[in-house]
Design a protein around this ligand. Structure first.
Ligand code: OGA
Ligand code: MN
Length: 203
């Protein structure tokens, strides 16, 4: 189960800076199993190309994002249940420390094939204020910096904002405020795996 001091560190960093980065958030064996489930489901054709926008206005925009996703609607394996239990513990810890009123968590596997990227964006949808905290857990066992594929987190909404890059190293969890933190996925030359989700509030 989640280490209480990890949850506290994540909550404090989120409150202070809007971003929290935690290496080794999930045990390496769980990360390996999640990566293997993700690759198996991708090979079985269960992923689909991710779209941009929500509801009726969702469209394919390969010029904006190149990842393929699979929603975790039914946690139909032990390792998915273990991941969701960990995120549930984090939800409770964030509510306890930050009074965010986070109600639930939605998440999907994401796979960026070589050449994939996701242009700069903010996660909260216009017209749907529910997404409050984004949480990305990386699943590649190793990551070489020459592969690219970093997550770039901007400090402000200005076009020339300073930024910080995070390598998608397996086990690292990145949390950030969904309504304000602009970010992008730099082009990757190597298959890049993650589990990406959002803690949501009531409308
Ligand atoms: C997203 C996203 C970041 C990442 O799916 O909205 O920004 O590092 N993902 O995968
Ligand atoms: Mn995003």
């Amino acid at each position: 189960m989640i280490d209480p001091s990890a949850a506290a560190d994540i909550a404090d960093a989120l409150a202070r800076t809007g971003v929290a980065i935690r290496a080794g958030f999930l045990a390496p064996d769980l990360v390996l199993e999640l990566a293997s489930e993700s690759r198996t489901a991708f090979s079985a054709g269960r992923f689909h190309a991710a779209r941009v926008g929500m509801g009726e206005t969702r469209v394919l925009r390969p010029d904006v994002r190149g990842d393929h996703i699979l929603w975790l609607d039914t946690p139909d394996s032990d390792v998915r249940r273990a991941y969701l239990a960990q995120m549930e513990a984090l939800r409770l810890a964030l509510n306890e420390r930050l009074f965010l009123g986070l109600l639930d968590y939605e998440c999907h596997f994401a796979l960026y094939p070589p050449g994939g990227f996701y242009q700069r964006h903010v996660d909260r949808f216009r017209g749907d204020p529910r997404r409050a905290v984004s949480a990305v857990l990386y699943l590649n066992e190793t990551w070489e910096s020459v592969w690219g594929g970093n997550l770039r987190l901007f400090e402000s909404e200005r076009a020339d904002s300073p930024y910080r890059d995070v390598a998608p190293q397996g086990g690292t969890l990145v949390c950030f405020l969904s309504n304000s933190v602009a970010h992008e996925v730099l082009p990757t030359t190597h298959e890049r795996l993650s589990l990406t989700g959002w803690f949501r509030r009531r409308i």
